[in-house]
Design a protein around this ligand. Structure first.
Ligand code: UD1
Ligand code: CA
Length: 452
């Protein structure tokens, strides 16, 4: 397959008005990734050698996302919405380069699997001029129907133009099409707009190919592959399907998910071997978990790395740039942002650590926090190896705590502490003997008076 060149044309000009959103449709997300990014990932994985993204006018944000995901993608603008074939021809310069295969795919079908695209390409390699992706939806209304004769595809009838007999066909057009590059332009140029909607239908390519004595075939797949997103409900349905796939892939790769249906993954979540994830954990984008780590319940992670054998949670929050080394322990109600927690360090209870290095083997006590923000700018804290930060301390950044230092409980640290230094930065305790009973008597008298 790889020796055949392949152009993928991604149609992303949809207005997406039914999303009721200011955001372009294909920039909505499933699995923490935009719809169009999923499609671009799939065409790349299916071996495309060039990619053209067709966008609507004023869709710079879509162009930027496409370039971000696939820097080599070429952007074409369809300035008027005149049908799917018209959209494909917006990428004419790319088509004229005559790759072996051309894949046309919609930017709002994020669940398309690379192996499905590969099957379509394989049909071209076997001599078909067109391969159409067919499926049997529970409710076929709105879809183009695939008209077959002797196992070959004869035409696609859009619902608006179909007869009653044709509407009874349950095999529908999923919308994806593979065309042999050698004939593609000749076919596309013959498509007209003589139909109910007055649009240039890509689907007419089939009957034109037949008239040219070329072969068209159907590749059948399941509904999930071709799910197009038009509404927020469909977005949520696609998310559910994607989550099932991601959970299964993680378990197939050896991750233990105790209650998989309660764990939410991102398309790019990466796990090592023998990781255990307890129920109710959310993995946002950009999270990597190394071998033997244990993630306890109710954690939320974004753009973070969890080292080998680490134990995290329950109730831990890792924000962008949290880097946990091997065997680190992060306990309940601990938030970490843009910080390196070195091997074996611990923050077991109720802590905030931001813009910090916490050295190897150090202990960050219960309720201790780093004050990294002074209301104007963020500042760094550097804590060495083997340091003890006493409970409920506040480290006012920028500040450095040397190796082996000891910060007494309840300290407010505003100056650097040298290696092996003991810092006590709190009010001295005062004890007044035999005064507790007097205090109670005094307060009791006051209360009685107030009640009178
Ligand atoms: C299309 C198919 C139909 C198929 C269905 C599957 C045609 C004529 N019909 O119908 O057979 O069952 O998809 O979902 O192809 N687009 C543009 N520019 C345009 C028109 C469309 O970029 O001028 C893009 C849209 O953004 C969308 C895709 O092409 O991503 C499909 O267009 P849409 O109008 O939704 O086609 P359907 O009527 O759903
Ligand atoms: Ca559609």
């Amino acid at each position: 397959m790889s020796e055949r060149s392949c152009l993928a044309i991604v149609l992303a000009a949809g207005e997406g008005t039914r999303m009721r959103s200011a955001r372009p449709k294909v920039l909505h997300e499933v699995g923490g990734r935009s719809l169009v990014a999923h499609v671009l990932d799939a065409v790349r994985a299916a071996g495309s050698t060039a990619t053209a993204v067709v966008i609507g006018p004023d869709a710079e944000a879509v162009a930027a996302e496409a370039k971000h995901v696939l820097p080599g993608a070429d952007i074409y603008v369809q300035s008027e919405r005149r049908g799917t074939a018209h959209a494909v021809l917006a990428a004419r310069p790319a088509i004229e380069r005559r790759t072996d295969d051309i894949l046309v795919i919609y930017g709002d079908t994020p669940l398309i699997r690379p192996q499905t695209l590969s099957r379509m390409r394989a049909a071209l390699a076997k001599g078909a001029a067109i391969a159409v992706l067919g499926f049997r939806p529970r409710d076929p209304s709105g879809y183009g129907r695939l008209v077959l004769a002797q196992g070959e595809l004869v035409s696609i009838r859009e619902e608006a133009d179909a007869s009653a007999d044709e509407r009874a066909i349950d095999l529908c057009n999923g919308g994806l099409m593979a065309l042999a590059g050698a004939n593609a332009l000749a076919i596309l140029e013959q498509i007209d707009s003589n139909n109910r909607k007055g649009e240039f239908y890509l689907t007419d390519a089939v009957k034109i190919a037949r008239a040219m004595k070329l072969k068209a075939v159907v590749i059948e797949t399941d509904e999930d592959d071709v799910r197009g997103i038009n509404t927020k409900s469909q977005l949520a349905e696609a998310e559910a399907v994607l989550q099932q796939r991601l959970r299964k892939a993680a378990m197939d790769a050896g991750v233990t998910l105790i209650a998989p249906e309660t764990v939410f993954l991102s398309a790019d979540t990466k796990f090592g071997r023998d990781v255990v994830v307890e129920p109710f954990v959310v993995f946002g984008p950009g999270v990597t978990v190394d071998d033997n780590a244990v993630i306890h319940s109710f954690c939320h992670f974004i753009q973070s790395h969890i080292g080998k054998g680490a134990s995290v949670g329950p109730y831990a929050r890792l924000r962008p740039g949290a880097e946990l080394g091997a065997n680190v322990h992060i306990g309940n109600f601990v938030e970490i942002k843009a910080s390196v927690i070195e091997e074996g360090a611990k923050a077991n209870h109720l802590a905030y650590i931001g813009d910090t290095r916490l050295g190897a083997g150090s202990n960050f006590g219960a309720g201790a926090i780093v004050c990294n923000y002074d209301g104007i700018a963020k500042h760094r804290t550097d804590i060495g190896k083997g340091v003890f930060i006493g409970s409920n301390s506040a480290l006012v950044a920028p500040v450095k705590i040397g190796d082996g230092a000891y910060v007494a409980t309840g300290s407010v640290i505003t100056h650097d502490v040298p290696a092996d230094g003991l810092a006590i930065a709190r009010e001295r305790q005062v004890v007044k003997e035999n005064r507790a009973s007097r205090l109670r008597a005094l307060k009791g008298a006051g209360k009685k008076k107030a009640a009178e």
